[in-house]
Design a protein around this ligand. Structure first.
Ligand SMILES: NC(=O)c1ccc[n+]([C@@H]2O[C@H](COP(=O)([O-])OP(=O)(O)OC[C@H]3O[C@@H](n4cnc5c(N)ncnc54)[C@H](O)[C@@H]3O)[C@@H](O)[C@H]2O)c1
Length: 287
């Protein structure tokens, strides 16, 4: 598929991150084909992308001299054909990522960078899912992707120089800066941040403090911009549990095992901002 405005970026997964990455590309004039297996997620994504584009413009995060790109939403991965690059932002489960990456690798041109936004699964594990492992590279966009201009780029042991160079060029065209790190479970940011969020949830579960108190202390005493529990709600508690589980499974480090307080929220369907409720109440679902 080509969008009316030409060569596109393919984004797989229309959840929290797929939407933010789509907004980033559109805001910089790059058309996007956004693929999800869930039609309802695509419908929600169209609304959310429009909202984020307005917010990006207000925040000065969208170049004023460029017309926004066009987005096409689809449930068929075949529509990714012809993409300049693919960003995979599907659910943080190995089976979902293996399926999505394997399917898209078959429809794009050889040499197209396959970029995974995984939070914790090593790039080299995912490289086994694609026919040309050198094309796979990690780009750990942060949330909200359309406002955060630094991206943790993860180079797997089999990632080709060309894939890293093309990713850096793409990020540059999107006004993003890259910090390239070596492949490892959770890389730098998840490995440091996720156990903190897990412990913050545990403190609330044990009744040591409320979510508000934990966040207040971390902001007021330690200079965090948002508290850990507001951050967890923004990430999505289901995604946080999946990322922690991926880290725990691959490192055996006990502090990564998702704690009962987080698991209970997920069982109750309180997934954070995206479901309208997590450690805080947001009134209504946004994505
Ligand atoms: N949420 C965050 O703050 C954050 C930050 C950085 C990285 N990440 C990573 O980004 C990825 C996506 O996370 P998210 O929070 O957006 O998840 P999410 O649960 O909000 O969305 C995931 C989407 O993927 C879709 N999906 C599942 N299988 C698919 C497939 N085969 N093809 C197409 N779509 C498919 C689901 O229907 C869903 O809409 C994960 O790897 C996550 O670890 C998340």
């Amino acid at each position: 598929m080509t969008t009316r405005s030409g060569k596109h970026l393919a984004v797989l997964g229309a959840g929290v991150m797929g939407v933010g990455i789509t907004t980033t590309a559109l805001a910089h004039g790059l058309p996007v084909v956004l693929v999800d297996v869930d039609r309802a997620a695509l419908d929600r994504a169209r609304t959310e992308v429009a909202h984020q584009l307005r917010h990006a413009a207000l925040m000065g995060a969208a170049p004023a001299d460029r017309a926004p790109g066009e987005v096409v939403t689809t449930t068929s991965v075949r529509d990714a054909a012809g993409a300049v690059a693919v960003v995979e932002a599907v659910t943080e489960r190995l089976d979902a990522k293996v399926g999505a990456l394997g399917a898209v690798a078959d429809v794009v041109d050889p040499g197209t960078p396959l970029i995974t936004n995984t939070s914790g699964i090593p790039v080299d594990v995912l490289a086994d899912a694609v026919p040309r492992p050198g094309e796979l590279v990690g780009a750990h966009f942060m949330n909200p992707a359309y406002l955060i201009d630094l991206v943790e780029v993860v180079r797997g042991p089999r990632t080709a120089d060309d894939a890293v160079a093309r990713l850096e060029a793409l990020l540059g065209s999107l006004g993003r800066r890259a910090v390239v790190v070596r492949d490892s479970p959770g890389f730098v940011t998840s490995r440091l941040l996720h156990p903190l969020l897990n412990d913050a949830a545990r403190l609330v579960g044990e009744g040591v403090a409320t979510a508000e108190q934990v966040d207040d202390l971390m902001r007021g005493c330690l200079g965090h911009r948002t508290g850990p529990l507001r951050t967890a709600d923004l990430i999505g508690l289901d995604n946080l549990v999946d990322s922690l589980a991926a880290l725990h499974e691959r490192t055996g480090v006990e502090s990564y095992r998702p704690g009962e307080a987080l698991l209970e929220k997920v069982r109750q369907g309180h997934l954070g901002r995206k479901s309208g409720r997590g450690f805080y109440d947001y009134g209504e679902s946004r994505s």
